[in-house]
Design a protein around this ligand. Structure first.
Ligand SMILES: Nc1ncnc2c1ncn2[C@@H]1O[C@H](COP(=O)(O)OP(=O)(O)OP(=O)(O)O)[C@@H](O)[C@H]1O
Ligand SMILES: Nc1ccn([C@@H]2O[C@H](COP(=O)(O)O)[C@@H](O)[C@H]2O)c(=O)n1
Length: 699
């Protein structure tokens, strides 16, 4: 059997290697896929000939997103059915054909079992039968995960009939593109060079009726879709309004750090060679459809695949076999497996239950126990009840009870996936809500005066409203009202003192400070102005640089600073905080209270700036004017162009530039300076990202 699976690839592919039964190998690669930052998903549904493909392709091009033509998949599946001589109205026949077919899309072409069929699927025979084939639940099921997976990482502009309602109900923007039947027939006639308008109208109505009247996933206007009637609009006007809509939507999207930092949680499947990892991965990906994808910079020894279970999406990372003291190629595989563990949110450690725990399994278990990643131990090859007893022998690995599965037969895999979901972080776990009350972390090396500053800030008339202890560590956040305004001070327990070896020390650690900074909006970075700045200050500055929070620099012990020290300090500060020239500075003496009057107003200003939003129109005007003053450089043969600009996020502000190539960092810095000149972003880091076209669009 040629593999009991439909493989649907939306990536550039090389030759498809021979594969053993039920193993889907990684074959695709994206040369330099853009980072998963602010991936946008645009769904464009609509009736036949309404302009979906033309609009989706251009919108994708303009926004630097992949274009996903789902109709091409149904058309290719239909061609396979016709070629097999199967009956397009017979669900079982169609499903059987589709299950034994390899469908690929790359560079705008459609391949059926390796053959380019892009032109043939657009012909009248396929068009006449495609509605019948696509009405079958079994066919739709087979293609569903592939369509979702196609946008799981990079986002994309996806066109079809049920994208906004069924395939991607969480799409950022949903457009239902329509036009009168007469207009669509006219356009089609022009496109195909036909003049039988009435026949064309009849064909269009027949396809709309079938697609809108079927029981499964009919064509329909999704509840939150924007209906755009293009009967009296030309193509450019339609494209411009869709792009504008997307840009506005992205700008209005609430801050979502999970999405911004990493799209999906990762589950790494690891274990010795031949314990059944790949078979398990294929089971997890779903019996019949997998988008096989290689990540840039990742060799075939470690591949990532979008997967879904009970409506939740995650990435499954398939790794090569782990061996102790491996050399050469095997050593590289081990490196990749270890890297996969380090980057994972959850590790599925597979052991062959029929041979029990070998020395290498024990070594690997020790390594995993030391890692901070949660681990699910899986006993594979448990094909029947009798073999369940084998599981108990794996307790000795110290990773808890093993989950018995048979990856080959699917036994126990559903239960395992339930466990995977339970162990994975949810979006709610990872994405702190947008703050309405500012959260402030006071950070600085031990004994720099954090507690004194905190007490001074709160003063006598100010009331502590509440202190909330976290459950996982002894951090305490303090909510306080200062001059009638609520503030949260993060991890105030970290400022407390404790005794160790007879000495008073602070509860201080870099990890703890990092956690405090990450959970805050604003940071008061406290330095001892009276002493040379040292290594600990540098370490904290590095944390600040990474975290991208609002910052007020506080130079404490100012009463001890003489003229010589002041001159040295300026130089030291220039070096230490060269990346944060935007941070305001207040010199204080927390002990005497001198200078403190100025601190709270600064903090308020930074808080306002941190949430500042510049309207899209204004951002575009500013960029246009900046480009007019300093034209963009050429990139090879191409004139670089910024097509749109928008502020995609607040708190902290993030700007997106949709360009036709990579903008030099120096140019982004220039635009940052322009933004700061016209808008008050004192105290706030600005991120200026460009979104060049995806590799597929560059071809
Ligand atoms: N707003 C428009 N004004 C004029 N022509 C248009 C407009 N939109 C699309 N067209 C033209 O109409 C024709 C059909 O468009 P297109 O193939 O993109 O439709 P479609 O919705 O993808 O069709 P199908 O569902 O059959 O695949 C193309 O020649 C396209 O250039
Ligand atoms: N999401 C989708 C996309 C398409 N179909 C079916 O495929 C036919 C061809 O689509 P085109 O966009 O290429 O015209 C279409 O008529 C539908 O029957 C679908 O069902 N769902």
């Amino acid at each position: 059997m040629r593999g009991s699976c439909v493989r649907v690839l939306y990536q550039e592919t090389s030759a498809v290697p021979d594969v053993p039964d039920d193993v889907v190998p990684p074959t695709a690669s994206t040369a330099d896929a853009p980072a998963v930052v602010g991936a946008v998903v645009v769904a464009i549904d609509g009736p036949a000939g309404s302009g979906k493909s033309s609009v989706a392709r251009r919108v994708a091009e303009r926004l630097g997103l992949p274009h996903v033509d789902t109709g091409a998949l149904y058309r290719a599946a239909t061609l396979a059915v016709l070629r097999a001589g199967a009956d397009p109205t017979d669900e079982a026949d169609c499903a059987a054909v589709v299950a034994d077919t390899v469908l690929e899309r790359h560079a705008g072409r459609t391949l059926l079992d390796g053959e380019d069929v892009e032109d043939e699927i657009r012909g009248p025979d396929v068009t006449a039968s495609v509605s019948a084939v696509s009405a079958h639940a079994a066919v739709r099921d087979a293609l569903l995960a592939a369509q979702r997976g196609a946008v799981a990482e990079e986002g994309g502009v996806v066109e079809g009939r049920d994208i906004g309602s069924v395939v991607l109900p969480d799409a950022d923007v949903k457009v239902f593109l329509t036009a009168s039947v007469r207009e669509r027939a006219r356009r089609r006639a022009a496109q195909l060079g036909r003049d039988d308008l009435e026949d064309l109208e009849r064909e269009i109505v027949a396809r709309d009726t079938a697609d809108g009247g079927r029981e499964v996933a009919p064509m329909q206007v999704a509840e939150d879709a924007w209906v755009l009637d293009s009967s009296e609009l030309d193509l450019d006007a339609v494209v411009a309004s869709v792009v504008e809509r997307v840009v506005e939507q992205v700008a209005a999207r609430p801050r979502d750090p999970l999405r911004a930092r990493r799209a999906l949680p990762r589950v790494a499947v690891v274990g010795r060679p031949n314990v059944g990892k790949s078979t398990l991965v294929n089971r997890i990906l779903g019996a019949r459809v997998a988008i096989v994808e290689e990540k840039p910079g990742v060799t075939r020894d470690r591949t990532e695949h979008p997967a879904e279970w009970l409506g939740r999406h995650f990435l499954v990372v398939d790794t090569g076999g782990w061996e102790h003291q491996a050399e050469g190629m095997a050593a590289r595989i081990v490196d990749q497996a270890e890297a996969a563990v380090a980057a994972a949110d959850l590790v599925v450690f597979v052991v062959d239950a029929t041979v029990g725990a070998l020395e290498d399994d024990e070594r690997y278990a020790r390594l995993l126990r030391r890692s901070r990643v949660p681990v699910l131990l899986v006993a594979n090859k448990v094909d029947n009840d009798r073999q369940e007893a084998l599981v108990h022998e794996l307790y000795g690995l110290g990773l808890g009870a093993a989950h018995p599965v048979s990856a080959r037969h699917g036994r126990g895999v559903g239960d395992l996936l339930d466990e995977v979901l339970a162990a994975l972080p949810t979006a709610a776990d990872q994405a702190p809500a947008v703050s309405t009350v500012p959260r402030v972390a006071i950070v600085g090396k031990p004994n720099v005066g954090k507690s004194s500053l905190f007490n001074r800030l709160l003063g006598e008339e100010r009331s502590i409203v509440d202190s909330v202890a976290h459950t996982t560590r002894d951090a305490v956040d303090t909510m306080a009202e200062i001059d009638g305004e609520p503030w949260v001070f993060v991890d105030t327990a970290g400022m407390r003192r404790r005794y160790r070896h007879g000495e008073e020390t602070e509860l201080y650690s870099v990890d703890r400070t990092r956690a405090a900074i990450e959970s805050a909006d604003l940071v008061l970075f406290l330095l001892d102005a009276s002493e040379p700045l040292g290594e600990q200050d540098q370490r904290l500055a590095a944390l600040l640089r990474e975290a991208g929070r609002g910052v007020v620099l506080v130079c404490n012990k100012w009463d001890l600073v003489d003229e010589d020290r002041r001159l040295d300090l300026e130089k030291e500060l220039d070096r230490l905080l060269s990346f944060a020239a935007w941070a305001p500075r207040v010199n204080i003496s927390a002990a005497s209270g001198r200078g403190l009057r100025r601190l709270l107003p600064q903090l308020r200003t930074v808080w306002d700036n941190y949430r500042r939003r510049v309207p899209t129109r204004e951002v575009n005007r500013l960029v246009e004017e900046a480009v007019a003053r300093h034209p963009l450089p050429r990139q090879g043969q191409k004139n670089l162009k910024i097509r749109y600009a928008t502020q995609a996020e607040v708190a902290p502000p993030r700007f997106l530039l949709f360009a036709n190539g990579r903008l030099p960092a120096s140019y982004r810095r220039y635009l940052e300076r322009e933004l700061r000149e016209r808008h008050d972003f004192t105290g706030v880091p600005l991120t200026i990202e460009d979104r060049p076209p995806s590799p597929r669009q560059r071809r």
